[in-house]
Each structure stands twice: as structure tokens, then as C-alpha cells.
Design a protein around this ligand. Structure first.
Ligand code: PLP
Length: 500
């Protein structure tokens, strides 16, 4: 069963939690108890496929879903031509102790596909299980990658409409075109004149808005979320932490029970939180490294215990991590403070009203035992892309480069040579301008992002991700641009509330 981090909702089934997305009235669904895997189950994974590992993990969290049903969902999500690698998420060795987990082999070239291929199918099934006759309206706030991955996952799914809000000049050109060229008769894409935090805050307010929810109910509709505030997003992400461990076992790089370190380029704290749940389930992890870009709010809170979003929002070359309000940090704190919803309510009220809160000492200490936080500057990120390309012949995207840099800093500081998995969260072609600038110098870089895809191919020799070629010749189908305070109106317009 699933409970609210704010203690304001009755226990819900997996299907209910996934269908609702967020707790009505605020708060996030978390598992009441985390199931722990028997050690042998983890060791056995070294001989399993990605599908088998996924089946094991998903079944533990999806009571009410049948084994066969889950098997079909996994097959349709990962094995119907959507992923271009048979291992789904291959692990590549970078040096003697670092391994990069490529999570970008899905249709939209970012790790979001790992969850957003599965989640729409879980949601469709949840609709049946909860006997909802209502149409579901998915609201998505995106810093660039969730938007396209969710559009692909939900496009043309019967009984579901999806509306994506992205920051007007806060995503890469490739990301923008990926979204605005999406077809499907149930997809809507809206540019918002603001940053990601503005989009996410507005969407969360709408979820919690009674009157607006009543308006929908009268028209036989209800809201849900495809952001990582939805438990259905986090669950499929737990899988690849076990998977990467199983690959290291399989290659004989580690022994059964040997602890690994895990590095995650982080924005909304969803991906790294999934890793932490894997740890609670028994995965041998020594340390998680939470890697931020110059929007280093998480670095600071991990090191000091003070969450302070009162700072300038910076636009960086890793836009998917340009976030100052990391939603899933709430779930993490709930685990750290022993499920104390009163404190969670108090902290997030302070964050909302004053922009700052401080956790208590025991929460801070518990957090620092398992997690280290650091960040990479723009210059460090660029240099890392260049260094790794020149020394290992491997091309990193800007987000993954933040992770690699933070990893290197950590090793320098601690001399900790534990075998380490670094999440590669996007394919480099998604951020070709910044990547090309890094490996070839600024002088070769022109204004046209699409000639740059070819150029990057020429310079790097890396195969162009199939989801990105031909993008510039596709027709732009979505042109809405709105002010920050116009989200409610545009939703009403899209849903036809203003029509007679
Ligand atoms: C979304 C995203 C991130 C951040 O992941 P969170 O789960 O939000 O922490 C990092 N890198 C890329 C490329 C992303 O798309």
C-alpha cells in the first residue's frame, strides 16, 4: 500500500497511486514499507535479462497487477523495437573503477524513456483496475526531456489527453523540436514564459486546486501526472540499479555482496531516489553521489542540511537539471526522518512561504551517511567532455559529464576506488551544440543546431541517435506560448471548457 508523505490521505493501492499521480491536497505517495530482496535473488540476476530483472522488481510493488500482465507490459515497453540495444541499458567501462550505464537507448534519447515507456501502460491498466470511466488529463511540467518521453508514451492512448508545459527559452533546440513536432490527436504542447520551477509549481498547484478538479469531474475527466512525482515513474527506475550491479557481477568485476558507488546527474531527485529505494531493497551500495550543475541547491542541502532556493536560477548547458525545487527530495526526507509527516509538512510549508528550511541534525547525519553532494561548473563540464573523449574515445552528454566530473572530484578527495556506476542520462546528440563546443572548440560552432548534428557525427564518429535525425524537416504542430499565470486558462481552452 502507498501512503502520503504529508499524512493527509488514506492508504492507496498501487493502481490508485499511479492513477492519481500526486496526493490530492499535496504530498507524494510512497510505499508504506519497502520490500527487501533475498540476497540469492540479487546474485541470480547476474545471469538474467533486463526483462527478468524488471519482472522481479515490478511484481514486488504492484499488488493487483497479474504476473502475465506485467510480463506483457515489459515486452511492449522495451522489446517491441522501441530500444536500439538488446541489453536495453548497456554498461560501459570507462576506466578501472568507473562504468557508465547508458540509459538513453529508448525512442527519445534520454533516460526518461526507461520509465515513460512502462508508465502509460501501468496507468491504462490502473484505469481499468480502479473502474474509472473518466478521461484522464495528464499534466506534465518538463525541463526538456520528460516532455517528449511522456508524449511518446501517451500519444494516441485511448481515454487519455496529455498537456506538456516547457520553459519557453529554457530547453535545447533539439528538445523543443522533439516536442513541438509530436503528432497524435491527444497531445498538446505549451511553451511557458518562465523557467522549469514556474511550470512545475503551477502544475502542482492545479493538482491541489479543489475547484479546478471539480470542474473536470463535472465533465467526466480527472488529472494525473507523468512527472516523477508519480510513483509509476520511479518504480521502473529502481530496476536499472539492480541491473547495473548484475552486469558487474556477470563480468566478474565485483564479488557477490561487494558494495558499489552510484553517481547520478540530478535535477528533480527522481532518478537518484529510485537508486536509494534499490539500496533499501538490499542492493549493496556504499555511497550515492548526487551530482548537480551550477544550480547547486541539492549540493548545499546535502552538505549543510539547509535547503535554500532563494538564489538566482541559472541557465546551463545541462538544462534538464536546471531546477531549484526538487520535488522528490520530499520523499527522501520522509525516509530519512523516519516517516515523520508533521516535520515534512512544516519544512515544505517553510520552503513554500520563505524559500528556505533546515532539517534537524539526525536527518542531516542520516542523509550524509549514504549520500554525498557536489556540483560541476560549466567550464568543468565542458572540460570533462573533452578529456573523456580524448582519453577514452567516449562521448558524454552535458548531464552525464556533470556526473563524471563530480565522480572525479570525489575520488581525488577520498581516494575511494570502489567500483562505481555513473548514470548516463542522455545521448550526446540531444545537446549537440554544447558537446561539439566542448570537443572541437567554439570556433566551429555555427548557429544552426541541425547542421551541428552532422558536424558532431563527423568529428566524433558516433552514430546519430535515430530519434534525432530528420527532426528539422518535421512539421511544427504546436505553437502555443503563454504567460506563467495563464496555465489554467490554456488548460480550459484545450479541454473545450470555453465552448458552448
Ligand atoms: C531529467 C534529467 C535529469 C535529472 O533527473 P531527475 O530524476 O529529475 O533528477 C538528468 N539528466 C537528464 C538528461 C534528464 O533528462
Amino acid at each position: 500500500m502507498y501512503i502520503s508523505t504529508r499524512g493527509n490521505y488514506p492508504k492507496a493501492t498501487a493502481a490508485e497511486a499511479i492513477k492519481l499521480g500526486m496526493v490530492p491536497g499535496g504530498g507524494l505517495f510512497v510505499p508504506e514499507r519497502i520490500p527487501v530482496l533475498k540476497e540469492e535473488k540479487i546474485w541470480q540476476m547476474s545471469g538474467q535479462t533486463y526483462a527478468e530483472v524488471t519482472q522481479t522488481i515490478l511484481e514486488l510493488f504492484l499488488e493487483g497487477y497479474q504476473t502475465e500482465e506485467i510480463r506483457n507490459i515489459i515486452r511492449d515497453s522495451y522489446y517491441s523495437g522501441n530500444f536500439d540495444h538488446e541489453e536495453i541499458a548497456p554498461l560501459r567501462k570507462l576506466d578501472e573503477s568507473a562504468h557508465v550505464l547508458e540509459l538513453w537507448h529508448g525512442p527519445t534519447a534520454a533516460f526518461k524513456d526507461m520509465a515513460l515507456q512502462i508508465m502509460p501502460r501501468l496507468l491504462s491498466a490502473a484505469k481499468e483496475k480502479t473502474r474509472t470511466k473518466k478521461d484522464i488529463v495528464i499534466l506534465v511540467a518538463t525541463s526538456g526531456d520528460t516532455g517528449k518521453a511522456a508524449l511518446e508514451g501517451f500519444k494516441n492512448v485511448p481515454g487519455i489527453k496529455i498537456i506538456v508545459f516547457y520553459p519557453h527559452s529554457g530547453v535545447s533546440k533539439v528538445q523543443e523540436l522533439q516536442m513541438t513536432t509530436t503528432d497524435g490527436d491527444n497531445t498538446y504542447v505549451v511553451a511557458v514564459k518562465g523557467n522549469f520551477d514556474d511550470c512545475q509549481t503551477a502544475v502542482k498547484e492545479i493538482f491541489a486546486d479543489r475547484e479546478f478538479n471539480d470542474l473536470l469531474r463535472k465533465r467526466h475527466m480527472e488529472f494525473s501526472s507523468a512527472n516523477s512525482i508519480n510513483w509509476g515513474r520511479l518504480l521502473p527506475q529502481i530496476v536499472y540499479y539492480f541491473w547495473s550491479y548484475s552486469r558487474l557481477l556477470n563480468k566478474g568485476t565485483i564479488l557477490q555482496g561487494e558494495k558499489i558507488n552510484v553517481v547520478v546527474p540530478t535535477g528533480n531527485f527522481g532518478n537518484i531516489l529510485a537508486g536509494y529505494y534499490a539500496y533499501l531493497m538490499g542492493l549493496p551500495v556504499k555511497k550515492f553521489l548526487c551530482a548537480s550543475n551550477e544550480n547547486r541547491v541539492l549540493t548545499d542541502v546535502i552538505n549543510t542540511g539547509v535547503y535554500d532556493r532563494r538564489r538566482e536560477f541559472l541557465k546551463t548547458s545541462s538544462p534538464s537539471m536546471d531546477i531549484l525545487i526538487s520535488s522528490n527530495f520530499e520523499r527522501f526526507l520522509f525516509e530519512m526522518n523516519g516517516h515523520d509527516s508533521e516535520k515534512i509538512n512544516q519544512w515544505f510549508k517553510e520552503l513554500n512561504e520563505e524559500g528556505i528550511f533546515a532539517v534537524d541534525d539526525s536527518t542531516r547525519k542520516k542523509m550524509q551517511e549514504i549520500m554525498a553532494g557536489d556540483f560541476a561548473t560549466e567550464e568543468e563540464t565542458q572540460n570533462t567532455i573533452k578529456e573523456v573523449f580524448e582519453s577514452a574515445g567516449y562521448l558524454l552528454d552535458t548531464h552525464t559529464a556533470v556526473g563524471v566530473r563530480v565522480y572525479k572530484k570525489y575520488v581525488e578527495k577520498t581516494q575511494d576506488r570502489t567500483q562505481t556506476v555513473i548514470d548516463a542520462t542522455a545521448n550526446p546528440y540531444k545537446f549537440n551544440k554544447a558537446v561539439l563546443e566542448a570537443i572541437a572548440g567554439t570556433e566551429v560552432v555555427s548557429k544552426d543546431e541541425f547542421s551541428l548534428i552532422e558536424k558532431l557525427h563527423h568529428v566524433s564518429g558516433m552514430e546519430i541517435h535515430r530519434g534525432l535525425s530528420g527532426l528539422n524537416s518535421k512539421k511544427v504542430l504546436h505553437r502555443r506560448v503563454v504567460e506563467r499565470d495563464e496555465l489554467r486558462n490554456v488548460i480550459k481552452e484545450i479541454l473545450g471548457f470555453n465552448d458552448k
